[in-house]
Design a protein around this ligand. Structure first.
Ligand code: AHM
Ligand code: MG
Length: 334
């Protein structure tokens, strides 16, 4: 049977009362922006888009040309749709209310325009991650503080992975669904409805070069994974690390596994490496909706009360029984 398009899927969700017309439009606009980003990435060196932009972002990180371009594409696409009250991006110091010249809607959009951008120049998968919140009642021109809502209040989250094929993974709180871009037609097509992450796994993803900087519970947890069949876990584990969160999470959505970016002594002062609002929360929502789990190691990710737009957190997510194991090691040490 021919898969249905994202447009048809969204209309069916609207008819079923699970989303309203504004959220449908918002998702369509974000998906369209992601198609533009996909085209720019696909041109590679021929499009003159590789390399450094020569600028830095709020996190003090050097920006790639494609970081800046992707951010601009998402901003431009979403400013005038009438469905948003404000936007926030990993690449911008502060959130932006929708300008007075445009009609304002009731949603707040947050995004990491190009995640894993250290991989762009070597032609390895990168992605876009986004999260949608409701603008608090009565707020017409939202500031940063209005975005500081726990992940459990997200109404939608998704990511696009720009790999051998471009895929969009989406949740509006009723399961996690996978769409593949039909490049000839220019439409995302539903290729995985209600995907489920296996509860158990033998695969973990972590940057092992940070091992000596980790906290004690993480040292013990991974130490036991590496002991394999003879160790307390009683099975051999395999390791994968793309260094693009979107690609690593997409593998987990597809076949299970645990992804972690734990606290380490290098990122301790910042609270972790990955960003709560642009990376951890949307991925946590997507993973939970696929039957998985997401935690800081000590708390359910979606329960964390944000204190800053660019706040960072430790991240453990994926197969729920394996995430529970990682959390157990942390609780034992506390
Ligand atoms: P970015 O948003 O600046 O690209 O950084 C986030 C990325 C994640 O995609 C990935 O999991 C992690 O950073 C990789 O970090 P490391 O290079 O330390 O392995
Ligand atoms: Mg990122």
């Amino acid at each position: 049977m021919k898969p249905i398009s994202l447009t048809r899927y969204l209309i069916e969700e609207q008819h079923a009362g699970r989303i309203n017309a504004d959220l449908r439009l918002l998702i369509e606009v974000v998906a369209r922006a992601c198609k533009s980003i996909s085209i720019a990435i696909g041109k590679g060196a021929l499009g003159g888009v590789l390399g450094e932009a020569g600028t830095g972002n709020i996190q003090g990180e050097a920006q790639k040309k494609l970081d800046v371009l992707s951010n601009d594409i998402l901003l431009e696409a979403n400013a005038w749709g009438g469905h948003l009250a404000g936007l926030a991006s990993e690449e911008m110091d502060h959130s932006q209310p929708i300008p007075d010249a445009f009609q304002r809607g009731n949603y707040l959009l947050l995004f990491d325009p190009l995640d894993g951008s250290s991989n762009i120049d070597v032609n390895i998968s990168v992605g876009t991650i986004f999260s949608v919140l409701r603008c608090p009642d009565g707020v017409t021109s939202p500031g940063d503080e209005h975005f500081l809502q726990p992940g459990s209040t997200q109404v939608c989250a998704g990511y696009t992975t720009y790999g051998p094929s471009t895929m969009l993974v989406l949740t509006v709180g009723h399961g996690t669904h996978v769409f593949t871009l039909d490049r000839e037609v220019g439409s995302f097509m539903l290729t995985g409805r209600g995907v489920q992450i296996p509860a158990d796994t033998k695969e973990f993803a972590v940057n092992m070069s940070n091992q000596r900087f980790w906290e004690e519970p993480m040292q013990r947890y991974v130490g036991d994974l590496l002991k394999g069949k003879e160790g307390p876990r009683g099975k051999d584990f395999n390791m994968r690390w793309v260094a693009s969160m979107v690609a690593d999470v997409h593998r987990i959505i597809t076949r299970g596994g645990i992804f972690s970016y734990p606290l380490d002594s290098k990122c301790r002062d910042k609270g972790g490496k990955l960003r709560l609002m642009y990376e951890a929360n949307p991925m946590a929502f997507i993973v939970e909706q696929a039957g998985g789990a997401a935690s800081t190691g000590r708390q359910r990710m979606l329960d964390v009360q944000p204190t800053g737009l660019h706040q960072r957190v430790p991240v453990f997510l994926g197969s729920r029984n394996e995430v529970a194991e990682a959390v157990r090691y942390h609780h034992e040490s506390d």
